[in-house]
Design a protein around this ligand. Structure first.
Ligand SMILES: Nc1nc2c(ncn2[C@@H]2O[C@H](COP(=O)(O)OP(=O)(O)O)[C@@H](O)[C@H]2O)c(=O)[nH]1
Ligand SMILES: [Mg+2]
Length: 633
């Protein structure tokens, strides 16, 4: 069944609560004090099912708000999640201050649909009603409630005149409202917290996106605590699942009422990061005073209310009616996402002065103001696909992973991938595993990689290439992106792999004459020494090349396995070691056991060489040590 949330709006005593009761039979004034004083203080709830012409039903969840100017903050907690507004204006009073304020709020929140209801029609004569209707039409002109787009109906909660007509109008408007995306990521701003006998802790709210099932785990923001859903009620009835657009009550395990409050929110765990900063598009009402940079305001988003400082991206103040880009710095962290609508109210005296929508939650710090403003300007008008592409582009070589994109946008991973698939297909964005990088950044990374290898090889002729690890460490990019860039370069034959080394294609070691000669000298010195090898440093000191180059030549000989290092200061020619292995094999035929003395006798080396050589043979599994002897394997 489709669910639509209907909010009331309008001046105090204009008959909002009475209207909701006439429609649903439910008195939304639930507090004892509300009943006693006859005024709405906090938001109240009611629901109604209306059968459609096709034999289905539409469920309307009502959020009835207080009209009193002192309780606008409570009104704001209720109005954030609604799909449709009933703007209530009493026929005997016409447009009053909170009619204007609530209507401004609806427009700032970009509520798209509604019905204007002239209540108390029984208390005025026909002529007065016509005059009020004209006044109201004038008031609504050009807005989303303009008579050309939205109905104006006169009703009486007392006589019930017009109530059935209003129900039909509600059905009509509600059926035009697109169903909310229950496949999106679950998010529930909490509007009430209480304990229920026999159940424990219960929170309620309008599920603004996604779905929540029994036994789901949810993360509480801003605390980050994980809570389990023990039970669910939707519009007052037990359910296994709540979906976006439904009034939802959750029975939570793992928290008491002290841990929870209106303004906190619940969301899919391990997905989002709460924060204190948001970049926004902000519109100041024409009726407001100019708003100075760094002014403090009351910020309202869904059910949350927090003090925030306005930091303008350009200029010193916002003029009435102007739209600007700004950063809101909140006193407390919260979970906000791009697209969330907000209202700001003057710090004191508290009146509604503006609102807008979030473009960026947790904006990166250390980005220049004008760069950020350019980015905000771009994503404010971009399609969701283009905005996502811009998010990838601004990361540069840092790239954007799927999970980062989810946290940044609130869109599910599948939607992120779908939005980027075209750009990936036409090559504007490169995908490396679960990471996306803009083509320009990828190409510049590739040329930097090539340049780095070129520079290295130009300065290190005697080294066969740059180790892959060292190359990666000199770039602050993620391994997926690094690998993709390197693979692309290898594929394009700009670079090649030689074992763990990366080098220019075919470009091995380049030796000068004296270096080649030195290499030969070293090789020969060890080849002719057999097992009675000289000290390496003695060999190196006879060479024509300097110590550093000599070392590199030795490294090359070791890498090519011409020389073998068996301990810190002992190096042998591989042919000598090969011969030793053969000798051991023929000794085995005589006796499989050999001790140090027999080994020394056999090879003619001193103890200083014998021990490391035997240990080397152990490591090579030519021999195995047993006590003081070795078995030849
Ligand atoms: N005559 C008449 N009185 C109404 C009607 N609707 C509400 N009232 C009265 O107006 C007063 C305020 O109504 P209420 O619903 O509490 O207004 P709210 O502050 O907008 O919620 C109450 O005394 C109601 O009985 C109506 O249609 N006709
Ligand atoms: Mg009321």
């Amino acid at each position: 069944m489709k669910s639509v949330i209907v909010g009331t709006a309008g001046h105090i005593d204009h008959g909002k609560t009475a209207l909701v009761k006439a429609l649903t039979g439910i008195d939304a004034d639930r507090l004892e004090e509300e009943k006693r004083r006859g005024i709405t203080i906090d938001i109240g709830f009611a629901h109604l099912e209306i059968p459609t012409a096709e034999g289905n039903k539409i469920r309307l969840g009502f959020v009835d708000v207080p009209g009193h100017e002192k309780f606008v903050r409570n009104m704001l907690a209720g109005i954030g999640g609604i799909d449709l507004v009933l703007l209530v204006i009493a026929a005997d009073e016409g447009v009053k201050p909170q009619t204007r304020e609530h209507f401004d709020i609806c427009r700032l929140l970009s509520i798209q649909r509604g019905i204007t209801v002239l209540t108390k029609s029984d208390s005025v004569d026909r002529e007065t009603l016509d005059v009020v209707r004209m006044e109201v039409e004038e008031f609504l002109r050009g807005s989303f409630l303009d008579v050309a787009k939205a109905p104006i109906l006169a009703v009486s909660a007392l006589t019930r005149s017009g109530i059935e007509e209003l129900k039909r109008a509600l059905l009509d408007v509600a059926s035009q409202i697109p169903a909310r995306d229950s496949g999106a990521i679950a998010r529930l701003p909490i509007d009430r917290v209480f304990t229920m006998k026999g159940f424990g802790t219960v929170v309620t709210g309008t599920l603004i996106s996604g779905s929540i099932s029994r036994d789901d785990e949810l993360e509480l923001f801003p605390s980050g605590r994980k809570l389990r859903v023990r039970g669910i009620q939707v519009h007052g009835t037990a359910a296994d699942q709540a979906v976006a657009g439904q009034r939802t009550a959750l029975n939570l395990a793992g928290a008491s009422t002290a841990d929870l409050a209106r303004g906190m929110s619940l969301a899919l765990p391990d997905t989002f990061h709460g924060g204190k900063r948001v970049d926004v598009s902000l519109t100041l009402l024409p009726s407001a005073k100019p708003l100075k940079d760094r002014a403090r305001v009351h910020l309202h988003v869904y059910t949350a209310e927090v003090i925030a400082e306005v930091r303008l991206y350009g200029g010193k103040e916002v003029k009435p009616g102007e739209r600007v880009f700004a950063q809101l710095r909140m006193a407390e962290p919260g979970l906000l996402l791009p697209g969330d609508r907000f209202i700001i109210r003057q710090f004191s005296p508290v009146i509604t002065i503006g609102g807008g929508w979030v473009l960026e939650a947790n904006p990166p710090s250390k980005v220049k103001k004008d760069e950020t403003e350019k980015f905000l300007r771009e994503i404010a008008i971009a399609t969701p696909e283009a905005a996502l592409e811009a998010r990838v582009a601004r990361r540069g070589q840092q790239a954007l992973s799927v999970s980062e994109a989810v946290a940044e946008t609130g869109l599910p991973a599948s939607v992120i991938q779908r939005y980027l698939s075209k750009a990936v297909h036409n090559g504007d964005i490169v995908r490396a595993a679960d990471v996306f990088i803009h083509r320009g950044s990828f190409d510049s990374l590739k040329s930097q990689l090539t340049k780095r290898v070129q520079d290295f090889q130009a300065n290190s002729r005697l080294v066969a290439g740059l180790s892959r690890k060292e190359l990666q460490e000199s770039f602050a990019t993620r391994s997926e992106v690094f690998s993709a860039a390197l693979d692309a370069l290898v594929k394009e034959k700009q670079l090649e792999f030689a074992g763990e080394l990366v080098r220019l294609p075919g470009r091995g070691v380049v030796m000068k004459d004296e270096e080649a000669e030195s290499k030969k000298t070293i090789e020969q010195a060890f080849a002719s020494a057999g097992l009675a090898v000289p000290a390496l440093k003695d060999v190196l000191s006879t060479l024509k090349v300097d110590r550093a180059r000599a070392q590199k030549i030795v490294t090359l000989l070791l890498r090519d396995k011409v020389l073998v290092k068996i301990s810190d200061d002992l190096v042998f020619h591989s042919s000598a070691l090969q011969q030793l292995r053969q000798q051991m094999a023929s000794e085995k035929a005589k006796s499989p056991n050999i001790d140090v003395a027999r080994f020394k006798e056999l090879t003619g080396v001193s103890r200083k060489y014998a021990i490391p050589l035997l240990e080397y043979l152990d490591r090579e599994r030519v021999t195995r040590r047993v006590g003081n002897e070795r078995i030849i394997l």
